[in-house]
Design a protein around this ligand. Structure first.
Ligand SMILES: N[C@@H](CCC(=O)N[C@@H](CS)C(=O)NCC(=O)O)C(=O)O
Length: 212
């Protein structure tokens, strides 16, 4: 078994943090090109979806998508539960995990990839060939991120973690999003005290410190 990762990227980080929380050891291979924000062409030839994280099982089966990879391990290592332990916690963990990926991480990534010169012609991940940057998406991504951070702050004003009393994959994706926002010069905690309280608490977890 092998997990393909890219140490500067937020999506593989979600899985690396998850595995650290669980105490599961999986061999990892770094597939980023040193000093260049791109994946190794040799890896891309073998990776059908051209993205990381990617889990390769011993029989060659490939599993893409961060949460699908976590789900694979969760089924085999249910303790401690990181995707919810009862019906309500499971639903809330999934709700906030999906909102964090679709409304948060995608929004920040949209702004980031359309802004940075080093991503010219590669505005979309996982696409063979060119994908042009669209300058209007830089600001739109920021606006979407503001709405997401406001929602996160409101939720964290009523709950210790996103799904409730327990840390879950929702917190992992949300934390990776908040941290990634630094690269578009956004401080998500600024003016959002509940988000700031949660961010400090999550940042102190050993699983997070190991991937900072
Ligand atoms: N929804 C996917 C997102 C994966 C993704 O977009 N990964 C990025 C790195 S954060 C990637 O592989 N980018 C390839 C590239 O930039 O060429 C997941 O959950 O794994």
């Amino acid at each position: 078994m092998k997990l393909y990762v890219w140490n500067i990227a937020p999506n593989p980080r979600r899985v690396v943090i998850y595995l650290a929380e669980k105490g599961i050891e999986v061999p990892m291979e770094e597939v980023g090109i040193p000093g260049k924000p791109a994946l190794d062409p040799a890896f891309l030839e073998r990776a059908p979806y051209r993205r990381v994280p990617l889990l390769e099982l011993d029989d060659g089966t490939l599993i893409s998508e961060a949460m699908a990879i976590c789900r694979y391990f969760e089924a085999q290592h249910p303790d401690p539960p990181l995707m919810g332990a009862d019906a309500l916690e499971t639903a809330r963990a999934e709700m906030w995990e999906r909102m964090s990926e679709f409304e948060g991480l995608f929004a920040v990534a949209e702004s980031f990839r359309n802004a940075k010169r080093s991503f010219a012609g590669r505005a979309l991940p996982g696409i063979p060939g060119e994908s042009a940057q669209i300058p209007e998406l830089i600001e739109r991504g920021r606006q979407r991120a503001v709405l997401y951070f406001d929602r996160l702050d409101a939720r964290l004003g009523e709950s210790r973690f996103l799904a409730g009393a327990r840390f879950t994959t929702a917190d992992i994706t949300a934390y990776c999003t908040v941290d990634f926002a630094r690269f578009i010069e956004m401080d998500a905690a600024d003016g959002r005290p509940h988000l700031g309280r949660w961010q400090a608490e999550v940042a102190a977890r050993p699983s997070i410190r190991g991937t900072a």
